[in-house]
Design a protein around this ligand. Structure first.
Ligand code: NCD
Ligand code: ZN
Length: 345
């Protein structure tokens, strides 16, 4: 039986760090385990221009603990006013690594997102030309579409048409939650990749709703039925280059989660590696963990694999229930099972 596991240091290809006091509180958890992360731009107001991204990057670097070795990979929030030349210049200076498409109204702080995809065509064409990936929150926002169907409908109505209209555009389907998305990703060429979160490998929709409502399991896209979770586990543990980790760790204070209209998001940064090791071991796929967390993402983004390593030990792992922040406590995702694998400090 394996008792230690040494892997290339991982990266997180979809992370919410927020700003101010929340940023200072949550950043150490990610920087302790991950070398780099794709930083989501859904602040209020969002990170829309190169100069916004530069300022946000500097705030993140300023909030890093002493001796931390962590590189934020910045993104821009795509709006109908985004200037293709601003995007290209930000890419050329190495500032940004992706542009993020939020359908207007799809999720937390997405009001400035895109309503009419035709208005962002020039940006998408420029991105295809320079090889800059588009990260996509893949849910339609049409209130007539059932929330559990929004991802599958998005693929057919929005994603596939965008890709057909913009040949060569590199696209990341983010935080996929359905078998439909896994199947779609597998049928495409190497310009398409998909990230999978930690929590969607662990919970299905029953965990949110059966036997009482559990707000800390509510996130977007919402967890689907068990057959979809099984498809995600198969994809994540397959070793296939198109699938890699994007935790979508999305901290909200308990006060904002536990109310009549609570926020969407699971905060998984502190215990993600322990949970993933457990999941991969359950699937008899510990040998594919490094591909999922450390190798496939850099390959898609055209970056080198990290030089240093992280070691997991099968000694049992314990995490606090909450992270205290100056804005109030943030509940750490509870996988609902004991964790065997600890990250060596
Ligand atoms: C994210 C957040 O809180 O910013 N919430 C979530 O449930 N994942 C937004 C997002 O990525 O959809
Ligand atoms: Zn997210």
């Amino acid at each position: 039986m394996t008792h230690t596991l040494t892997l290339r240091r991982p990266d997180d290809w979809h992370l919410h760090l927020r700003d101010g006091a929340m940023l200072r509180a949550v950043l150490p958890a990610t920087a302790a385990h991950f070398a780099r992360a794709i930083i989501m731009p859904n602040l209020v107001p969002p990170v829309v221009t190169a100069s916004d991204a530069r300022a946000y990057r500097d705030r993140i670097l300023g909030a890093l603990p002493e001796n931390a070795d962590f590189t934020p990979l910045m993104t821009l929030y795509l709006t109908e006013n985004t200037d293709p030349e601003d995007v290209a210049a930000a890419r050329a200076e190495g500032l940004i690594h992706a542009v993020k498409l939020y359908p207007a109204g799809a999720t937390t702080n997405s009001a400035s997102g895109v309503s009419n995809i035709d208005r962002v065509r020039p940006v998408l064409e420029k991105m295809a030309e320079i090889g800059l990936p588009l990260c996509v929150h893949g849910e339609v926002t049409d209130p007539d579409i059932d929330i559990f169907d929004r991802e599958a409908v998005f693929i057919e109505r929005v994603l596939d048409p965008i890709r057909r209209a913009t040949p060569g555009l590199r696209v990341v389907m983010e935080h996929i939650t359905t078998r439909d998305a896994v199947d779609y990703a597998r049928a495409q060429d190497e310009t398409l990749a998909a990230t999978i979160t930690t929590h969607h490998l662990v919970i299905n929709r029953n965990h949110i709703l059966a036997g009482g409502i559990r707000p800390h399991y509510y996130c977007l896209p919402v967890a689907k039925r068990e057959t979809h979770r099984q498809a995600l586990r198969a994809a994540a543990t397959s070793g296939e280059a198109r699938f890699f980790l994007g935790t979508d760790s999305a901290p909200h204070t308990d006060a904002n989660k536990l109310q009549p209209c609570g926020c969407a998001g699971c905060f998984t940064a502190p215990n993600t590696l322990s949970i993933l090791a457990q999941v991969f071991e359950e699937e008899d796929a510990l040998n594919q963990l490094e591909a999922f967390i450390s190798r496939n993402g850099p390959a898609f983004y055209g970056l080198p694999v990290n030089d240093d390593t992280v070691t997991l030990e099968k000694t049992g792992a314990h995490y606090a229930a909450h992270l205290d922040t100056d804005e109030g406590p943030v509940t750490i995702f509870d996988p609902g099972f004991p964790l065997d694998w600890a990250v060596r400090a």
